[in-house]
Design a protein around this ligand. Sequence first.
Ligand code: SF4
Length: 340
Amino acid sequence: MPQRSEVVLRATELSRTFRVGSRFSPSKVSAVDGVSIELSAGQSLGIVGETGCGKSTLARMLVGLERPDGGTLTYRGEDVTAGRRADRRLLRQGVQMIFQDPYTSLDPRMTVLDLVAEPLAAARSMNAARRRDRVAELLDLVGLSTEMMSRYPHQFSGGQRQRIGIARALALDPQVLICDEPVSALDVSVQAQVINLLRDLQHRLGVALLFISHDLSVVRHVADRVAVMYLGRLAEVGPVALIFDEPRHPYTQALLSASPSVGSEARGRLGRRLVLTGEPPSPVNPPPGCRFHERCAMAEDRCAAEVPRLRTVDGDVVGADVSAGRLSACHFAEQVVVRS
Ligand code: SF4
């Protein structure tokens, strides 16, 4: 078990581009462009942004399902960017994913025992009797009865199915859980239970959580730090209270202002409602300079010509050092006004 302050997962300038279009008219989509984040043991990082901002592609790279074509990824100090067999084994053991839809992420033909024991069987680290004991332990950990072991996924509610998915993700004692919209497919009444379970596991096991959600109130509740993405890049990153209470990037302000769950509070602090104009630009042909400049009310000539680097709002350029307090990728972050 790593020390609480140990950085378990570090992405530095991670990028991923996809080829799209036909053979005769090929183009490229820049899904993730130079994103740097890090996760320490026992910490939770929320990732927010509009659909198509690259947060799911980032999650898939962090868990080893997608290979980056730029930047580096390290797990507990080991460089796993190349996706070699040993890298995949290390990531499979240390970084696990909890999926959005508990209905489709579990094989309906397998019992709970087989589903939760499958990663253990694949790792060949235990015999059948020991695997059964471990499954009982995991079910207890996620609040399910061991008597449910012989049942099939269709015999459970959505919330219980997500608990089975969490037990399965915990089977190999991972240090990081990547949670991609883990409660958005659940009834509102059970969302809080699953979120509280994840928080509890974070504290009890010291596991780090990367939490992707379009629901900003959920992120505010779960995350210690939050990263805001826009069109494949980081717009702002920092402690959750600072980002929600004093957003310094115009896109963060607009995102908070438009949110049904935290919008009224954000509009009160900003003193106005910020409306995002226009459609998000195409990632096939992203705008030069600041990718937000075509929709930003504060944009000046410089914004279309020069890519803003992540920096403190006092103006210090810190590059990829995302462990620093709050960073904003806006040329004019220090001029953005927020009521205290
Ligand atoms: Fe707006 Fe310019 Fe800041 Fe981008 S750099 S967010 S366009 S003010």
